[in-house]
Design a protein around this ligand. Structure first.
Ligand code: ATP
Ligand code: MG
Length: 158
């Protein structure tokens, strides 16, 4: 389905904003111009739900979760960053593996199976995008993904 990504992303963030506690703040950085993408809304909702719940789960009190969505000529780039515990450099790629969880001792109270990001990667792959993470231990984590933009001029997908 052809979707205005800003509207779609805002609705998902709104849902988390209504349910979050006051100790975590949200910041959004979106361009004014609409960005249209060709996505499966249910699958993309699952991707964003996973990434956003991780960001909240690993955020400290007083932390800010930042959301951005920007497009270049060829792709949409989405990022969700937190000021949480972060992770060691050699684990940022492994978190997309099935059942992988960083340091089970620190996350044992957090619940979860370690499947969320593996599923997210499958879904982003299916959308011909890329997903990765950047992180610094003790400073925070940013999860980013790209989606190819449809060529609006040729109307390939409309
Ligand atoms: P599930 O999503 O299945 O409920 P999960 O959240 O543990 O469980 P993933 O979402 O796949 O699984 O994440 C894998 C691991 O990556 C997490 O267990 C955690 O160790 C690490 N991780 C993911 N996101 C963050 C983050 N924002 N900050 C710090 N660590 C993270
Ligand atoms: Mg998760």
């Amino acid at each position: 389905k052809r979707v205005n990504f800003n509207d779609f992303f805002n609705r998902i963030i709104d849902r988390f904003e209504m349910n979050k506690n006051d100790k975590i703040s949200f910041e959004r950085s979106f361009p004014k111009r609409s960005i249209y993408v060709w996505i499966d809304e249910d699958k993309m909702t699952q991707v964003l739900d996973n990434i956003i719940s991780n960001a909240i789960k690993y955020s400290p009190e007083g932390g800010t979760v930042r959301f951005s969505a920007h497009s270049t000529r060829k792709q949409l780039k989405v990022s969700i960053s937190d000021e949480g515990i972060g992770m060691p450099p050699d684990t940022v790629d492994k978190i997309f593996d099935r059942f992988y969880r960083v340091d089970k001792s620190r996350t044992r109270d957090m619940g979860g199976t370690g499947l969320g990001l593996a599923i997210a990667r499958e879904m982003i792959d299916a959308h011909h995008g890329k997903i990765w993470a950047e992180s610094k231990e003790g400073e925070g984590t940013t999860v980013l993904f790209t989606l190819p933009l449809m060529n609006q001029n040729r109307g390939d997908h409309s």
